[in-house]
Design a protein around this ligand. Structure first.
Ligand code: NDP
Ligand code: MG
Length: 392
C-alpha cells in the first residue's frame, strides 16, 4: 500500500479520469515517485472496481464516481478508509474546486472534461492537460481564464508536450511554424474503397500507442490530428497557417518547432505517454525514470509524408473548423463524439463518421464569438442533430 504523503515537497495530484489510459499511467508515475507526488483526488465514470482498488492503493483524500448508481458499492468498499466518496457529474465540478490539491491532471475523455477543468482554473489550480477536447470546444475562454487566474496549462498530449519542450528557453523568439507529427494510424496509405469496410476491432488496433477507445478511433480517422491542430492553436497562440501536419509513422519525433531563423527543434523519444505525463507533473524539473531509451545505432529509418486529406477527410474538416473558429470546432467535436460512439457500437461504418461531422458543421448556426453558454448550446444541438441523423 502506498500511503498518501502530504509533506510540503510532495505535489498533491487530482487525477480526473484516473481509470483511463492516461489516468492509470499517471498513477504509475506517482507510484514510482512517492517522494515527489501523491494522488489526492481520483475520479472515474463507471469503472468502480478499478477506482476502488486505486483508492485502496493510493489512499486519496477523496474519489468521485460519475455514475451515481455505483455510489453505494464504492462507499462500502472504502468504508474502512479515510477516503471520502462522492458521486455524480456535479460532484466532479465541486471536487475540482477543493483547496486540498496542487495540480489537476485533466484526463477525462471528451467534452465531459470541460466543466471540471474550468472549475479547477477558476480555483487557480495548475492544469496538466490531456483532455484536448476542452481546448477544441472552448479554447479561447479557457486560455483567457487561465491568463486571468495566472494558471499554467501544461500539455500532456505528446505532440504538444514536444512543442512545449522545444520552446523552453526560447523567450520571445518568434515561431515561424510548428510541425505536428502524426503516426497516420492503422490505415495509413489506405484509400476509401478499403476504409468503407473497416470494422471497430480493426480500427482499435493502433500501431504505436495503446490508448482509450475514443482517441484510438480518432487516430484512425485522423480526427485526432485535427483536434490537435486546434489544441495547438490555443496552447501556443498560433495562426492556423502556422500549424502543419506531417505523417511520421515511426512516432519517434513527437513534434517540431521552426523558429524565425528557419532553425527547427524536435523533441524525440520512444512513444510512451508516461514521459509527457511525468514532464507535465514535474515541470520545470526533469526527473529520472527507467523507461526504455531510443537507440540511434539500431537500424531504422525515420520517414515523413504529407497527410492524405482526400481520404482522411476528418482532418480536412478540422482544418476548416480551425480556420472558421467560433463555435465550429465545438460542433465538430460534439458530432464526432456521437459518431465515434456509434461506430464503437457497430452502428455505423468508418466513413460515416466523417459524413455525420460534416453534416453537423453545415447544419448548426455559426456563432463568431460564442459565450460559454452558447458553446454548451452548440454542443447540445450538434449532439441531438448527429444522434437523430444516426437514429440513435
Ligand atoms: P480513456 O477512455 O482510457 O479514459 C477516460 C477516463 O475518463 C476514464 O477514467 C473514464 O472513466 C473517464 N470518463 C469517461 N467518460 C466520462 C464522463 N462522461 N464523465 C467523467 N469521466 C468520464 O481515455 P484516455 O485516457 O485514452 O484519454 C483521456 C484524454 O486524454 C482524452 O481527451 C484523450 O484525447 C487524451 N489523450 C490521451 C492519450 C492516450 O495515450 N491515451 C494521448 C494524448 C491525449 P471510466 O473508466 O469509469 O469509464
Ligand atoms: Mg497526441
Amino acid at each position: 500500500m502506498t500511503a498518501s504523503n502530504n509533506s510540503s515537497s510532495t505535489k498533491r495530484i487530482a487525477i480526473f479520469g484516473s481509470t483511463g489510459s492516461i489516468g492509470t499511467q499517471a498513477l504509475d508515475v506517482i507510484a514510482a515517485h512517492p517522494d515527489k507526488f501523491c494522488a489526492e483526488i481520483l475520479t472515474a465514470q463507471t469503472n468502480h472496481e478499478l477506482l476502488i482498488s486505486q483508492a485502496l492503493q493510493f489512499n486519496p483524500n477523496c474519489v468521485v464516481i460519475g455514475d451515481e448508481s455505483k455510489y453505494q458499492k464504492v462507499k462500502e468498499a472504502l468504508s474502512g478508509t479515510e477516503t471520502k466518496v462522492f458521486a455524480g457529474e456535479k460532484a466532479l465540478q465541486e471536487v475540482a474546486s477543493f483547496d486540498t490539491y496542487d495540480m489537476m491532471l485533466a484526463a477525462i475523455v471528451g467534452y465531459a472534461g470541460l466543466k471540471p477543468t474550468l472549475a479547477a482554473i477558476e480555483k487557480g489550480k495548475p492544469i496538466a492537460l490531456a483532455n484536448k477536447e476542452t481546448l477544441v470546444v472552448a479554447g479561447e475562454i479557457i486560455m483567457q481564464k487561465a491568463l486571468e487566474k495566472r494558471v499554467p496549462i501544461l500539455p500532456v498530449d505528446s505532440e504538444h508536450s514536444a512543442i512545449f519542450q522545444c520552446l523552453v528557453g526560447e523567450g520571445r523568439n518568434r515561431i515561424e511554424k510548428i510541425i505536428l507529427t502524426a503516426s497516420g494510424g492503422p490505415f495509413f496509405g489506405k484509400k476509401p474503397n478499403f476504409l468503407v469496410n473497416v470494422k471497430r476491432d480493426h480500427a482499435l488496433q493502433h500501431p504505436n500507442w495503446n490508448m482509450g477507445a475514443k482517441i484510438t478511433i480518432d487516430s484512425a480517422t485522423l480526427m485526432n490530428k485535427g483536434l490537435e491542430m486546434i489544441e495547438a492553436k490555443w496552447l501556443f497562440n498560433l495562426k492556423p497557417e502556422q500549424i502543419q501536419v506531417v505523417i511520421h509513422p515511426q512516432s519517434i519525433i513527437h513534434s517540431m518547432v521552426q523558429f524565425q531563423d528557419g532553425s527547427i527543434k524536435a523533441q524525440m523519444g520512444l512513444p510512451d505517454m508516461k514521459l509527457p505525463i511525468q514532464y507535465a507533473l514535474a515541470f520545470p524539473q526533469r526527473i529520472d525514470n527507467n523507461f526504455p531509451r531510443y537507440d540511434f545505432r539500431k537500424p531504422g529509418t525515420l520517414t515523413f509524408e504529407e497527410p492524405d486529406l482526400r481520404t482522411f477527410r476528418n482532418l480536412a474538416l478540422s482544418i476548416d473548423a480551425l480556420n472558421k473558429g467560433g463555435n465550429v470546432p465545438c460542433v465538430l467535436n460534439a458530432a464526432n463524439e456521437i459518431a465515434v460512439f456509434a461506430f464503437l457500437k457497430n452502428r455505423i461504418g468508418f466513413l460515416d463518421i466523417t459524413t455525420v461531422v460534416e453534416r453537423a458543421m453545415n447544419k448548426i448556426d455559426f456563432i463568431a464569438n460564442p459565450t460559454l453558454e452558447e458553446l454548451f448550446e452548440s454542443d447540445a444541438e450538434a449532439r441531438i442533430f448527429a444522434a437523430t441523423l444516426l437514429e440513435l
